[in-house]
Design a protein around this ligand. Structure first.
Ligand code: 13P
Ligand code: SF4
Length: 359
């Protein structure tokens, strides 16, 4: 649907009034009505880098979800203010790993002697507390676009010997897909730590034998794509290329033709020849936008599974919330500021900087 013209005008005016003092970041899963006002769009890695590269912007308005805004706050200076237009824009996956649960897991690994050789690798989709835990314990953050390099880095720490393990938080699917499909480890090398069970539901022997300890978290949106989705689309669209996000289940990624971050998905479609057919397994706002963008170039782009829908928390950022946030800034009132406490920030930053320094 077309955006309310009055809100569009107000957003334009507020942006103009703030000028260079403002920088608006937009994740690819944002609504069209919001993306229209983003100064830059990107996947979570690109947006983290963009936030860090704008030292002159007084205000960073982050159109995305809470963990992304926290990361932007960590990577910007004390004076800069990061604003999330709706504080309820969280991420169900990030909520699947609390600081207490992760501390308990680390205790289990310490008591069993496993922690000594384990390096934590945490997906960007985690709270600042989890990032701080990661930094404090010698680990790095990763995103869907550098998970392979992050795991390779982690396995090379210390003496880099075969004893080395990774604790991967909180997305079991990205962890498994990367370890097995990109690093060539076996499914048996991976175990799943369940934070709701004593000892994670694992025996000491299982922990000692594992190469990758996967946290039992997942994305509720990407988790809904199934092997049936892939089989059905291949029947419906003969010759289709199936392109999915690595947050999808292992069987889905294995059955797909291509896998990659949101930015990678866009680049792949950019380079695709006219007449090619694509089924995309990621969030609906992005897939719809891509389907419209490439329709006149003769590229047919479909949603991998028509029963899967928007990310409800990404969708919370809408034009009314954006206008409210921008007009408040114009009035000198910084609403919905995301501010990570200094102690958490120090160690979370260490982990994020390790990611930014990955080769
Ligand atoms: P990208 O890093 O691929 O943008 O993915 C971030 C994300 O959560 C989306 O679920
Ligand atoms: Fe979180 Fe999934 Fe939404 Fe990404 S798509 S923000 S992982 S719930």
């Amino acid at each position: 649907a077309a955006s309310d013209p009055d809100l569009v005008r107000r957003a334009r005016e507020a942006k103009a009034a703030l000028g260079d003092r403002l920088f608006v970041l937009g994740h690819h899963y944002q609504r069209d009505e919001v993306i229209e006002f983003a100064d830059v769009t990107g996947d979570s890695f690109k947006l983290a880098r963009e936030a860090a590269a704008r030292p002159d912007a007084e205000y960073i308005v982050f159109c995305g979800v809470h963990f992304m805004a926290e990361s932007a706050d960590i990577l910007t200076s004390e004076q800069q203010r990061v604003v999330l237009p709706d504080l309820a824009a969280g991420c169900s996956m990030a909520d699947m790993a609390s600081a207490e649960q992760v501390a308990e897991c680390w205790d289990v690994l310490t008591e069993t002697g496993v922690a000594e050789t384990t390096v934590p690798v945490s997906y960007m989709n985690s709270s600042a507390d989890i990032k701080a835990f990661t930094g404090r314990n010698g680990g790095t953050i990763c995103t869907s676009s550098n998970a392979r390099r992050a795991l390779e880095w982690a396995f090379a720490q210390g003496d880099g010997g075969p004893e080395r393990k990774v604790l991967f938080l909180p997305d079991q699917h990205l962890g498994r897909n990367t370890a097995v499909l990109e690093l060539g480890l076996s499914l048996e090398d991976c175990v799943v730590y369940n934070p709701h069970k004593p000892g994670g539901g694992l025996t000491t022997q299982q922990l000692r034998d594992a190469r990758v300890i996967l946290w039992r978290g997942h994305c509720s949106v990407h988790g809904r794509f199934s092997l049936d989705s892939v089989n059905e689309v291949r029947e419906r669209m003969p010759g289709v290329n199936v392109l999915v996000h690595p947050e999808c289940k292992h069987e889905v990624v294995t059955a797909a033709d291509h896998v990659g971050s949101t930015e990678h998905i866009i680049k792949t479609l950019d380079a695709a020849p006219a007449g090619s057919k694509w089924a995309i397994g990621t969030e609906l706002n992005l897939v719809r936008r891509l389907a419209n963008r490439y329709a006149d170039q003769g590229k047919e782009i479909a949603f991998l599974d028509r029963t899967v829908c928007f990310c409800s928390t990404m969708n919370r950022i809408d034009l009314p919330h954006l206008v409210w946030a921008l007009e408040s800034l114009v009035a000198g009132n910084t609403v919905n500021r995301i501010e990570v406490d200094p102690d958490t920030e120090k160690f979370a930053k260490l982990a994020l900087e390790r990611m930014l320094a990955l080769p």
